[in-house]
Design a protein around this ligand. Structure first.
Ligand SMILES: NC(=O)c1ccc[n+]([C@@H]2O[C@H](COP(=O)([O-])OP(=O)(O)OC[C@H]3O[C@@H](n4cnc5c(N)ncnc54)[C@H](OP(=O)(O)O)[C@@H]3O)[C@@H](O)[C@H]2O)c1
Length: 305
């Protein structure tokens, strides 16, 4: 991809590492203004240094938020929305796997919160900026980093939090299915306004993710390491979906891609599941999305009106 991105505003979550970091480098090299979102300020600064060390022409701005927290996601979404009245591309790329089932302080299973609900909330809160870009340029794009792991198991809408039957692969696979379904449903809802959503599987990629999901994921990573692709190859489809020419982007239409080609999805990745997931996710994130009313001063009945 060689297109000039000088007039593009691009947001990448999980931009400090792996696939996201390579994508940030590519966008910044081609002149885009890149908002790099990560959870750890020191790791974010290291990534900035690495990217700038490659000689980039665009500007890169660091944003720090823990995407396992919906309150923190909503906080950073407000900052991003204020700083970026026009958003050309949002890459919902951050993600991970968790060895054990752990609830966040907000009561969500951590993989569900980090890999799905936060990206869902961020996207909803950045819709006005995406719409502004679409009105100005004809389209805006939202790309979700999904996975072949989406085939692992269908969603159980009675138990999104995996109260029963938790396994690392099940939690991860379902979250990646949610990414794919969200992309499709987002396009169904906002495609006519020029917001083109898509999702993709990057392949099995040599990134630090394999070392972050506990011993089993680490061992699996070690066994698969020789067969994995380099991170630059893993980032190709993300970069293509985010920055290919307009007509190619229009083809994306909520679809799922592997190696820059549309790919088949699991039979249970149905439109009905996508619609139901959207509705449920919308309810779950609503308390964080809407500004909380300021605490009322206690009413003192004795105070004269
Ligand atoms: N590598 C593969 O084989 C593969 C295959 C299929 C799909 N994927 C998907 O590709 C995406 C990128 O992963 P990667 O392989 O490039 O691995 P990675 O290098 O570990 O990148 C994951 C990124 O997500 C960030 N992240 C995780 N939890 C977060 C949180 N609570 N708040 C904010 N940021 C958080 C990580 O931050 P830290 O650096 O602080 O951990 C990191 O920047 C993920 O969505 C993953 O599911 C990867």
């Amino acid at each position: 991809m060689t297109a000039d991105l000088r007039d593009r505003n691009i947001i990448v979550t999980g931009g400090n590492s792996g696939i996201g970091r390579v994508a940030c480098l590519d966008f910044a090299r081609r002149g885009a203004t890149v908002s790099l979102l990560c959870r750890d300020s020191a790791r974010g600064k290291e990534a900035l240094k690495w990217i700038r060390g490659h000689g980039v022409s665009g500007s890169i701005i660091l944003y720090v938020a823990d995407l396992s927290s919906l309150a923190d996601t909503a906080r950073i979404a407000r900052v991003l929305a204020k700083d970026n009245p026009r958003i050309d591309v949002l890459c919902n790329n951050a993600g991970g796997a968790n060895a054990r089932r752990k609830l966040t302080a907000e009561g969500f299973e951590t993989t569900l919160a980090t890999n799905h609900l936060s990206g869902f909330l961020l996207t909803q809160m950045l819709i006005p900026g995406l719409q502004a870009a679409a009105a100005a340029n004809g389209s805006a794009r939202v790309v979700f980093t999904s996975s072949l792991g989406h085939r692992n198991s269908p969603l159980d809408f009675e138990d999104l939090n995996l109260n029963t039957g938790y396994s690392t692969l099940r939690a991860y696979g379902r979250s990646k299915l949610m990414n794919l379904l969200t992309a499709r449903e987002l396009y169904r809802r906002h495609g006519s306004a020029g917001i083109i959503a898509s999702s993709f599987h990057p392949g099995a990629v040599r990134t630090p993710i394999w070392g972050k999901g506990g011993i089993l994921a680490g061992l699996l990573g070690l066994v698969m390491y020789p067969f994995m692709r380099p991170v630059e190859k893993g980032a190709e489809t993300l970069i293509w979906l985010a920055s290919s020419d307009e007509s190619a982007a229009r083809e994306a239409q909520g679809k799922y891609f592997v190696d820059c080609r549309q790919a088949d999805v699991a039979a249970f990745a149905s439109d009905a599941a996508g619609a139901q997931l959207w509705q449920l996710s919308d309810q779950l994130v609503a308390p964080y999305r809407e500004p909380q009313p300021a605490a009322q001063a206690p009413q003192d009945e004795a105070t004269p009106a």
